[in-house]
Design a protein around this ligand. Sequence first.
Ligand code: ADP
Length: 182
Amino acid sequence: MELIYKNTKINLIQGDITKQKIEAIVNAANSTLLGGGGVDGAIHKAGGPEILRECKAIRKKQGGCHVGEAVITTAGNLPSKYVIHTVGPIWRGGTNNEPILLANAYKNSLKLAHKNNIKSIAFPSISTGVYGYPIEKASIIALTTVKNVLDKISFKEIRFILFSNKDFNIYVSSVQKVFEDY
Ligand code: ADP
């Protein structure tokens, strides 16, 4: 499904983020930046060793990536130009700053994209896999944060890539809540 908000196209797609033809994709990484399972594993596998090489160089320089922050590398063999690696929070019941940290992951990814002159970007559903963040809550934060950033910074397209049909349907209902007045 697609909508336009402040000249930016917002697209929800069910699919695999490694297959997206778009300037930048976002990786739900972990603080080590050394790769892992889920979407992180899929991105490194499809993108090849150049991504990990750059992640290791960033690690050496700044010691990984804190929760809520973002770093950028090449996309290696992927059909994108860049991968923005961000680290979402692990769900620990919801009273350990999880909503703010998750919002920061989206916000800092978009800020870093803007700094690199990236106009179109695809996000996976950060933290809702192994990190256990309930996707109904996480999707509202993801969409609200994007909406707030778009009030200040303009992009061409922001795509949300949902791996399962169930996740896609949850995002569709959250879009209707977050953008209802629009
Ligand atoms: P986290 O550790 O942040 O929870 P995961 O990779 O475990 O990250 O899960 C985040 C989301 O990414 C989950 O909804 C999972 O289903 C989804 N996912 C896994 N592989 C892909 C992929 N290739 N493309 C898009 N989304 C994916």
